[in-house]
Design a protein around this ligand. Structure first.
Ligand code: CP
Length: 334
């Protein structure tokens, strides 16, 4: 694996390796000293052309926990506002010696362009491009599903190697969601069954070719007792640029597709509630659902650090360098 651009590029073995490695990384993060020397001397550039809270912070945390040097670039306040292109921005950052470039961009395909253009010599990691892909989000979602629903010991359980037989409902604004696209591909690769639930106006053209079922009725899908429901953010910023009109009113959207206390109560006892964030509380998810004990939304964020550590480690250290910190030879045995 030289880059991570799309979950569609991952084989089952590669995906399982990332999830297993994330489990090892998470174990190191329970220690008093969380920092590992693994990527000492390497430079990770975070190149964010679009807003982000969770992804940007967790990539920065992940790189720093692996002892990499981190350069954070945000388009806002940079020479992009003077018209500088992706190419010239990438060449400038390459001049600083990037070993990996983590890129979020509003244009679908920008990470692929960066990876194939020769503008950077480093590994390219897609941190979300347009409505296309968000592979590390899907990986952290799979990791979270695995910990809660597969085997008694989750990721540490040798039987918990994949998600065979799990049923995951992904609900809401599928049309604009790179999270949905990435998850459908990855969850299918890992053996889970996915049902997309959305109003017809928010289902992408060509969805018949995706490896999943599609429903327009959330209550019907909840009746099938899914193991997890993943609520999607209604992406109003992408709707307004398309002239709006995807649903009659927020209230009607919530009635048809919102996860509220009644629907929460209808889920099986073991089912978990997921959301990639940021949430529109009161629109796609009520406070009852977002704050319920079965919501794993905050845990998804925490798992994002371990998963991104695993991705950077596998891309930059090639699996050759030990995960565990080396003993300090200058320190006497205790
Ligand atoms: N889930 C996610 O990508 O969140 P951010 O936009 O805050 O990074």
């Amino acid at each position: 694996m030289k880059h991570l651009l799309s979950t569609g590029d991952l084989t089952r073995d590669e995906a399982v390796l990332i999830l297993d490695t994330a489990g090892q990384m998470a174990a190191t993060q329970a220690r008093e000293i969380k920092k590992l020397p693994t990527l000492r001397g390497r430079t990770v550039v975070n190149l964010f052309f679009e807003d982000s809270t969770r992804t940007r912070i967790s990539f920065e945390t992940a790189a720093k926990r692996l002892s990499a040097d981190v350069i954070n670039f945000s388009a806002k306040g940079s020479s992009v506002s003077k018209g500088e292109s992706l190419k010239d921005t990438a060449l400038t950052l390459q001049a600083m010696g990037a070993d990996a470039v983590v890129i979020r961009h509003q244009a679908s395909g920008a990470p692929h362009t960066l990876a194939t253009s020769g503008w950077t010599h480093g590994a390219v990691v897609n941190a979300g491009d347009g409505t296309h892909q968000h592979p590390t989000q899907a990986l952290l979602d799979a990791y979270t599903l695995r910990r809660h629903l597969v085997g008694a010991g989750g990721a540490q359980d040798p039987s918990g190697r994949d998600l065979d037989g799990l049923h995951v409902a992904i609900v809401g604004d599928v049309l604009h969601s790179r999270v949905a696209r990435s998850n459908v591909q990855l969850l299918h690769t890992l053996g889970a069954h996915v049902t997309l639930v959305a109003p017809p106006t928010l289902v992408p053209v060509g969805v018949e070719a995706w490896p999943c079922d599609v429903s327009y009725r959330l209550d019907d899908v909840i009746d099938t007792k899914p193991d997890a429901v993943m609520m999607l953010r209604v992406q109003r910023e992408r709707m307004s640029s398309a002239g709006g009109g995807f649903f009659p009113s927020p209230l009607e959207y919530t009635r048809g597709y919102g996860l509220d206390a009644r629907r929460l109560a209808a889920l099986p006892d073991h089912a978990i509630v997921m959301h990639p964030g940021p949430m529109n509380r009161g629109l796609e998810i009520s406070a009852d659902a977002a704050d319920s004990p079965r919501a794993v939304i905050v845990e998804q964020v925490a798992n994002g650090v371990a998963v991104r550590m695993a991705v950077l480690y596998l891309l930059l250290a090639g699996g050759q360098t030990p995960v565990a910190p080396q003993p300090n030879p200058n320190r006497s045995a205790e």
